[in-house]
Design a protein around this ligand. Structure first.
Ligand SMILES: [Zn+2]
Length: 208
């Protein structure tokens, strides 16, 4: 991280309420269609700036996937037995932020087309021993999917604008400690880990 970095954006009038279709691209939302029952829709879900964390369990509910806490070696498992019988198990010993990432990762295997009926996908971030090249690639795609789902670019931009106006007094050039504060703020707001947010900001070119 460099000593100072400049936010390439400026203050706007920030709305306080959004729909998911405002913060995700239509291509991203389209990926879910095949896995949503008739009439279910993610784009119309709402969020407010006061509480903008993506409602992962709400999305899972719309997709008709059962969620089950479990005692697991790995972070999570997707069991896909077809339309009305899909289960995501997650490690009940993990903290909430990690569980949110795990669930997002596992559900991502569906729209990404990784899981045909009756296939089971595991997530194990620590040990990928025994994974084929293809499986490793799919794991990395599911992690990217989870990052986009939990930390959508547009929403991050909106929250940065909000943070700068409100807490950094319209100062758009940040030193390392301000960048650290902003990263913590964004992680807190979106209910993800500091590390995940930091990586996401780097991916988006906001943190360099
Ligand atoms: Zn996976």
């Amino acid at each position: 991280m460099k000593g100072e970095f400049v936010l390439k954006m400026s203050a706007k009038n920030i709305a306080t309420e959004y729909q998911y279709k405002d913060i995700y691209s239509s291509d991203f939302l389209k990926q879910f269609n095949k896995y949503l029952p008739e009439g279910a829709d993610i784009g119309s879900m709402k969020l407010s700036i006061a509480d903008p964390a993506i409602k992962v369990k709400g999305i899972v509910g719309k997709m008709n996937i059962q969620l089950q806490p479990a005692k697991l070696e790995e972070a999570g498992i997707l069991e896909n037995h077809g339309n009305s019988n899909r289960i995501i198990e997650y490690n009940s010993n993990d903290n909430e932020r990690r569980i949110r990432f795990t669930i997002s990762h596992e559900l991502g295997h569906l729209p990404l087309g990784h899981s045909n009926s009756s296939e089971i996908k595991h997530r194990n971030t620590v040990n990928l021993t025994g994974y084929t090249y293809e499986e490793r690639h799919q794991e990395s795609q599911a992690n990217s999917f989870a990052a986009i789902l939990l930390m959508p670019r547009k929403l991050i931009k909106i929250l940065i604008e909000y943070w700068v106006e409100r807490f950094n007094h319209d100062k758009w050039t940040l030193d390392a400690s301000e960048l650290d504060k902003m990263t913590s703020f964004l992680a807190e707001k979106l209910n993800v880990s500091y590390e995940a947010m930091s990586i996401r900001l780097e991916t988006l070119g906001i943190n360099n």
